[in-house]
Structures are given as structure tokens and as C-alpha cells.
Design a protein around this ligand. Structure first.
Ligand code: NDP
Ligand code: 13P
Length: 337
């Protein structure tokens, strides 16, 4: 059994800490607020996220960084935009023995347009990095519903180590060496899910939703190709799998935020009401920049950006998408037959 710290006691950090605890690992759950850590230890549940679910007695919460950094294995369950600042602060407390890091956040940093692996490398240098992603809502994982995910690392031993650490019959973990593919799939689907939520609120119908999700996948694939992701990763759990669950599940924060916006709420109202992170509202800014930098067309992403940040109405965005120039479904280089 392993000693593991989960950094971030939001819904995903709490569900994963509980999963690891139930598997018999000794888990430290780092909370940024001391009152939250005290409440978790006292009540055996998280009063702020996934309320009402018992957390394994193998999980101890703390808000003390010096205690949290002692574990040799770290799971990073923080919002993407917080990762750089957090790791920068943490790097002063790190033992010479470098931890094995497994990131579970799904997003792209706004200022740098970096994925989380690039942020980690930028701040901590060469550490053993893995990323766990795939269709996995915390609300179902904490109930023990069957879930399958993928853990990717450039080091096969690291991916296999995390596979062993996280696996149980109801939590099936596949390995991969395609870090960029897993990160791009997990990040971009959040923006497409905001679009799906808007489309649901507009009552555009099932055909429109299916078209939106498929063309959203085309955008994920196009960006993935530019970033040298394996297209098969994007048709797997971290791509299509997560796109489906995020666009169609009522648990999705991104879809629900999009729905509220489609119902006429401002982004601030929708996000305050949600009370949890919807990564897509930040990642869309980074993607807008990346689209220009790497020269890739991301029309749905562009329209979501314009709705969230430029006051475009959902109806105008819909017209913009429908009235684009006619074109083949696949780009010429991909028309093999
Ligand atoms: N929820 C889910 O089902 C899944 C989420 N993910 C991903 O996991 C990541 C975390 O999401 P989720 O747990 O849902 O988010 P939540 O909004 O539920 O929780 C966010 C957590 O991060 C903490 N936090 C926020 N800002 C900072 C900061 N600047 N420094 C330190 N801690 C901070 C919050 O603390 P506080 O409470 O004090 O504000 C809270 O504990 C996201 O990237 C998400 O896409 C991936 C798969 C499933
Ligand atoms: O990534 C997730 C499920 O796989 C969670 O998505 P939301 O943040 O939209 O809830």
C-alpha cells in the first residue's frame, strides 16, 4: 500500500482520495482551508463538495503544506489555472527526493497556452509526470459506479505504477504514452460541453446536438494533429469518451454552465450559481490564442469564446456556424479513399 497526497479537496480530489483510501492506501487530502480540513477529519465527509458521502477512514485531511508534501506520490486535483501558482509555492518545500506526480485537472493555462504537463515541467523541471483522464464524474466515482479511465505518461513504468495504484474492479485504468493526446482531449471537450449546454437550452433538437458534438470532435482532432497527439487517443476514453459524458451528463459542470448561459444568464451569474470550477470558461481563452498560434480552425471554440467574452448571442453564434462556407467533412490530407 502507498502513501499518497491528493492536493485539492474539491469534488474530484475528494472522490479520488476516497477511492484510494478504500483501496487501502494511506491518503493525505490537502485542503486550502484549515476549517475544511478540520471538518473532514471530524465529520468523515467533505462539507463543501460531494456532501453526504462518507470518506474512507484511510484519508486524513490537512491544510499544512509541509505535512502534505511528505508523501512520495502526489495527485494534483486543482483547477488548471491554479497549478502554476500552487507548484511555485510548493517547490520551496519539496524534498530532494522528487515525487511521482499524477495530474487529474483538465484544462489549458490561459497566459502561456500550456497544458498541465508543460506547466509542471516549467515550474518543477524534469519530474515523473502522469495524467489521469477519461469519462469520470466525481458524483459517480464516489458511489462506486463502474468507470474506465486512461493514465498517460512518457515513462511506461510511471503509467503502470499509477494504474496499479488506482485500479479496482469498478475503476478500470488503461495506460498510454500519449500525454499530449490525453491532455488535449480532456481540455477541449470542456469547451464543446459548454456549447452543448447552450444548444440544449436553445432546444435545437437531438440532430443539432449530435452535429455539434461530432464537429466538436473534429476540432479536438485538428488541434490534436497540430500538437502531435495520436488520433486514436482522441477516439478513446480521453477523447470521445469524455466528450460524450461531459456533453450529455447532467453532472457536468461545463454543460450546466452552458445551459444557464443559453437560458440567458451572464457568465458571472452562471458561474456563481455553479459554485465549482467549469474549466471550459478559461480553456476557451487559451484555445482562442492557440488556434492563431498553431494555425488551426476551431469554429465552435471561437463562437463559445464570443458568447462568453464578447456578448454574442447564442442565436448569432448558431447562424455563424450554420452559414460557414460549404466544405468536405474531412480535410484533403485525410481523405484516404
Ligand atoms: N468534478 C469532476 O467530476 C471532475 C473534475 N476533473 C477536473 O479536476 C479539476 C478540479 O475539479 P473539481 O474538483 O471538480 O473542482 P471543484 O471546483 O470541485 O474544486 C476545486 C478545488 O480546488 C481548490 N482551489 C481552487 N483554487 C485554488 C488555488 N488557487 N489554490 C489551491 N487550491 C485551489 C478549491 O478550494 P476551495 O474549496 O477552498 O475553493 C477546491 O478544493 C478540474 O480541472 C476538473 O476539470 C476531472 C474529472 C472529473
Ligand atoms: O471531466 C469530467 C468528467 O469526465 C468533469 O466534467 P465537468 O467539469 O464538466 O463536470
Amino acid at each position: 500500500m502507498e502513501e499518497i497526497t491528493v492536493f485539492g479537496a474539491g469534488s474530484w480530489g475528494t472522490a479520488l482520495a476516497n477511492l484510494l483510501g478504500e483501496l487501502g492506501h494511506r491518503v493525505v487530502l490537502w485542503c486550502r482551508r484549515s476549517d475544511q480540513a478540520r471538518a473532514i477529519n471530524l465529520l468523515g465527509e467533505n462539507p463543501n463538495y460531494l456532501r453526504g458521502y462518507r470518506i474512507s477512514s484511510n484519508v486524513t485531511a490537512t491544510s499544512k503544506i509541509d505535512e502534505a508534501v511528505e508523501s512520495p506520490k502526489w495527485v494534483l486535483a486543482l483547477p488548471t489555472q491554479a497549478v502554476r501558482g500552487f507548484l511555485t509555492e510548493l517547490s520551496g518545500n519539496m524534498a530532494p527526493q522528487r515525487p511521482e506526480i499524477c495530474n487529474v485537472a483538465k484544462g489549458i493555462e490561459i497566459d502561456s497556452a500550456f497544458t498541465v504537463s508543460e506547466i509542471v515541467k516549467n515550474v518543477l523541471g524534469d519530474v515523473s509526470y502522469s495524467v489521469l483522464s477519461g469519462p469520470s464524474h466525481a458524483e459517480e466515482v464516489i458511489r462506486g459506479f463502474p468507470t474506465a479511465v486512461v493514465v498517460a505518461s512518457l515513462r511506461v513504468e510511471a503509467a503502470e505504477m499509477w494504474q496499479n495504484v488506482f485500479s479496482r474492479p469498478t475503476f478500470r485504468v488503461y495506460t498510454s504514452n500519449d500525454v499530449v493526446g490525453v491532455e488535449i482531449g480532456g481540455a477541449v471537450k470542456n469547451v464543446i460541453a459548454i456549447a452543448a449546454g447552450i444548444a440544449k437550452a436553445m432546444e435545437l433538437g437531438d440532430n443539432a446536438l449530435a452535429a455539434l458534438v461530432s464537429r466538436g470532435l473534429a476540432e479536438i482532432m485538428r488541434l490534436g494533429a497540430k500538437m502531435r497527439a495520436n488520433p486514436l487517443t482522441l477516439s478513446g476514453l480521453a477523447g470521445v469518451g469524455d466528450l460524450i459524458v461531459t456533453c450529455f451528463s447532467g453532472h457536468s459542470r461545463n454543460m450546466r454552465l452552458g445551459f444557464s448561459i443559453g437560458m440567458g444568464k451572464s457568465m458571472k451569474e452562471a458561474s456563481d450559481e455553479l459554485g465549482q470550477v467549469a474549466e471550459g470558461i478559461y480553456t476557451v481563452k487559451a484555445l482562442k490564442k492557440m488556434a492563431q498560434q498553431v494555425g488551426v480552425e476551431l469554429p465552435i471554440v471561437e463562437e463559445v469564446y464570443a458568447i462568453l467574452y464578447e456578448g454574442l448571442s447564442p442565436n448569432e453564434a448558431l447562424s455563424n456556424l450554420l452559414l460557414r462556407d460549404p466544405k468536405p467533412e474531412l480535410p484533403p490530407a485525410m481523405q484516404w479513399m
